[in-house]
Design a protein around this ligand. Structure first.
Ligand SMILES: CCCCCCCC/C=C\CCCCCCCC(=O)SCCNC(=O)CCNC(=O)[C@H](O)C(C)(C)COP(=O)(O)OP(=O)(O)OC[C@H]1O[C@@H](n2cnc3c(N)ncnc32)[C@H](O)[C@@H]1OP(=O)(O)O
Ligand SMILES: Cc1cc2nc3c(=O)[nH]c(=O)nc-3n(C[C@H](O)[C@H](O)[C@H](O)COP(=O)(O)OP(=O)(O)OC[C@H]3O[C@@H](n4cnc5c(N)ncnc54)[C@H](O)[C@@H]3O)c2cc1C
Length: 662
């Protein structure tokens, strides 16, 4: 095994224009945080208790078992090591790498729902147990027949005032809860979303705390049917489950009653907004924005490092084979996603701070920020996970044949992360939610109302500038204005389309459906504007070291220009940009890529993913790809013996038979 760093990667690092540690510090929020992160990561990665065979060599059952063991151990160690709550995610991501874990829903949704939806008495009753993993829960909302349309959920919780209990029922096959993570085999509790019925009247979906397995022998409780839904595209390390109830009774106090309440006599107390019950989803959507940036950063790290190690073809006759990253077409595959990874990393930070501010306000009873928070998180969740999906796949293909091997880490990354476009709100549906808010805001602005927050720009209609002027397409102000104009125009056009459909005689739902392609486009443009503007604003930070602000500016320019060129029709359609502008933009992209080329490895190094987290032979920090590819392949289960047992069972008789017939 080679101990030295691959010479090509070494040279790349020597030639970069800046110290990657400075960007790492910028990305993570300061050198102290980076220090803490590295300490926690190396603690986890060097702990022999977490070592196991490569998951790619395991069955789904083995993956689940391995991950369950590992996550439980992690919970114990986090407690023993007294790791601060704020720092735990560093340790956790080093332990689990790019895999989801069976306790993910307990930590990511069950606990947050208790924090956000339970009354103080309910918190007193359950939080200690849940926080200390004395019980394990999941978030059981989606049913076989309905995931998106929450008002269509079929599971019922019918209040019985005589016993002061809710009776939980699964009336049909399609009402089976389906998909919740950690439900199949791990959880003994869940937050159940069910339709509340009182005295025969429906009050819509509400959250209930329901025990589903015995705390003694883990068997399903009477009336509960629960199991695993079977293998999926990815997520082998998680037991996504199904769940059904047959007249299961739970006490009245088990409805989570921070907002809505049911009194003992069956009187229903309305919440300030029915959408408060959807609060946990908003939180996870904000998390998905953060996660999409990280996922893309991982994929780009793997593909960029490998593209510097990989040499292929003759660019000039008789010359050595170049590093594939020197092909401009290869740069055009990777650098826009490198820039997007930075863009979404920073968007994720802003999204989280908007989430924290708004949710503090909401928990104090001021719900005015709810619509904006919902619309922003829905649109950014959809945009970021879509871009991450396309980017991960582009990175895989950019690694040629070896990208297709699990050794690259890319298929597993993709399979585990692609459902980000589906779970926590299917992306098209989320974009349409954002569009709904945009239409509402736009109409308010037409009524003369002043808009605030992410839609403030819709108030001022921008004129199309006179033709013949010259623009500097590298100017971030010019680029932000162009995105802003495009978003405002597409919102306006979607509104016009809606109005036309209405005037043509369609009712509101049909008109909405007819205009929905334009509505999604408008929501996309709005979200992209937010991302570009946010990136540009972060660069105005006066504490930024000039050596890194130059390179980050190039990334921001590339991100904005690439989006502009790939959607050029949107910018050209009304004459806001000219053909000359777009041509100029294309040339700038080429020039920017050439400038970024020497810094590419340093820019991915700055994401600071240790090898143990990347889990990729192609993306190794030391670049010693080939020897480790061979070593990895040798470890594959099919190579445990020189002659596989199937030879004796099938191949030998087959060959002998064929030889005998000659
Ligand atoms: C494990 C976690 C780890 C954590 C951290 C690690 C990093 C994270 C990364 C990775 C981990 C993830 C691991 C896997 C997790 C997966 C879990 C799940 O998937 S759980 C299931 C999710 N299910 C959905 O998301 C359903 C989607 N559907 C809905 O949300 C609703 O049904 C919706 C929005 C589509 C429609 O809801 P309507 O029918 O009740 O509402 P309408 O009639 O359309 O609208 C009424 C009004 O309510 C507003 N509204 C809707 N939702 C809102 C909300 N959430 N907040 C505020 N307002 C809302 C609307 O904008 C509208 O407003 P106006 O009337 O126009 O003013
Ligand atoms: C890996 C994974 C983990 C999950 N974990 C959990 C969990 O822990 N807990 C849980 O409760 N759920 C979980 N889910 C379920 C997930 O939340 C749902 O699958 C998701 O919300 C999408 O809903 P759906 O499956 O009903 O899609 P559908 O709504 O059936 O989507 C199918 C198609 O219909 C389109 N469509 C639907 N409605 C509209 C509309 N109004 N307008 C336009 N187009 C529309 C969609 O765009 C999509 O193209 C998980 C799913 C996965 C894949």
């Amino acid at each position: 095994m080679a101990a030295t760093v691959n010479p090509d990667l070494k040279k790349e690092r020597e030639n970069s224009s800046f110290d990657p540690n400075k960007i790492t510090s910028f990305l993570y929020g300061g050198p102290e945080i980076v220090k803490k992160k590295r300490e926690l990561e190396s603690l986890a990665l060097n702990d022999p208790d977490y070592q196991h065979e490569d998951l790619n060599f395991m069955s789904q059952e083995q993956q689940y078992e391995t991950f369950l063991k590992k996550t439980l151990l992690m919970v114990t160690k986090v407690r023993e090591l007294k790791i601060d709550v704020a720092d735990r995610h560093f340790y956790r991501s080093a332990v689990i790498g790019t895999n989801p874990d069976p306790l993910g829903l307990h930590v990511g949704m069950f606990l947050p729902t208790l924090y956000g939806q339970a009354s103080q008495e309910q918190k007193d009753k359950w939080l200690k147990m849940a926080e200390n993993f004395a019980i394990i829960g999941t978030y059981a909302q989606t049913e076989m027949g309905h995931g998106t349309f929450l008002r269509g959920l079929e599971t019922t919780a019918t209040y019985d005032p005589t016993t002061q209990e809710f009776v939980i029922n699964t009336p049909t096959i399609t009402a089976y809860k389906w998909w919740p993570g950690g439900l199949g085999k791990t959880s003994n509790y869940c937050v159940l979303m069910a339709q509340l019925y009182i005295h025969g009247k429906s009050y819509g979906p509400h959250p209930f705390m329901v025990q589903i397995r015995s705390l003694q022998d883990h068997k399903p409780l009477p009336g509960v049917t629960v199991g695993d839904i079977g293998p999926k595209f990815g997520y082998g390390s998680v037991d996504n489950g199904f769940l059904a109830f047959n007249n299961v009774r739970i006490p009245r106090e088990n409805m989570l009653m921070k907002y809505s309440k049911v009194e003992p006599d069956g009187t229903y107390v309305k919440p300030p907004s029915t959408k408060l019950a959807y609060g946990t989803m908003v939180q996870v959507r904000a998390n998905i924005v953060v996660n999409s940036g990280r996922v893309l950063a991982k994929a780009v790290t793997i593909a960029t490092r490998y593209s510097c190690v990989r040499r292929q073809s003759e660019m000039k006759p008789g010359h050595p084979e170049p590093q594939v990253l020197d092909y401009v077409t290869q740069q055009y595959k990777l650098f826009p996603y490198l820039a997007a990874a930075y863009a979404f990393w920073l968007t994720g930070q802003t999204m989280m701070s908007v989430y924290t501010t708004s949710s503090n306000q909401i928990s104090k009873g001021d719900i005015s920020a709810l619509p904006e928070l919902h619309a922003l998180s829905a649109g950014l969740k959809a945009l970021s996970s879509w871009v991450a999906n396309v980017g991960m796949e582009e990175c895989r293909m950019a690694c040629g044949g070896h990208g297709y091997s699990h050794a690259s880490g890319l298929p597993r990354l993709y399979a585990n992360m692609t459902p980000g476009a589906t779970y926590e709100g299917e992306n098209t549906v989320m974009m349409l939610q954002t569009a709904r808010y945009l239409m509402k805001s736009y109409n308010q602005s037409l009524q003369g109302e002043k808009l605030a927050g992410s839609v403030a720009y819709l108030s001022g209609v921008q004129p199309v500038p006179a033709a013949g002027r010259t623009r500097n397409m590298l100017d971030l102000g010019v680029l932000c204005d162009a995105y802003r104009h495009r978003a405002a125009r597409l919102v306006h056009e979607a509104a016009v389309q809606l109005r036309n459909e209405r005037q043509a005689g369609k009712d509101q739902p049909d008109a909405w459906n007819a205009a929905s392609v334009d509505l999604v486009k408008a929501a996309m443009a709005h979200s992209q504007y937010f991302v570009v503007k946010n990136f540009a604003e972060r660069l105005t930070d006066s504490t930024l070291d000039s050596s890194i602000s130059d390179v980050l500016t190039r990334l921001c320019q590339l991100h904005a220009l690439h989006g502009l060129v790939t959607n050029s029709g949107d910018f050209l359609e009304d004459g806001y940009l000219t053909g000359t502008d777009v041509r100029q933009a294309r040339r700038h992209i080429n020039a920017l890529m050439a400038k970024l080329r020497p810094d590419a490895v340093a820019l991915v190094d700055a994401f600071d993913f240790p090898d143990g987290i990347l889990n990729s032979v192609l993306g190794r920090y030391d670049g010693n790809v080939y020897e480790h590819l061979l070593e990895w392949a040798k470890a594959s289960p099919l190579n445990k013996t020189d002659v596989h047992q199937s030879y004796h069972k099938y191949l030998k008789p087959f060959l002998e038979d064929n030889r005998a017939k000659l």
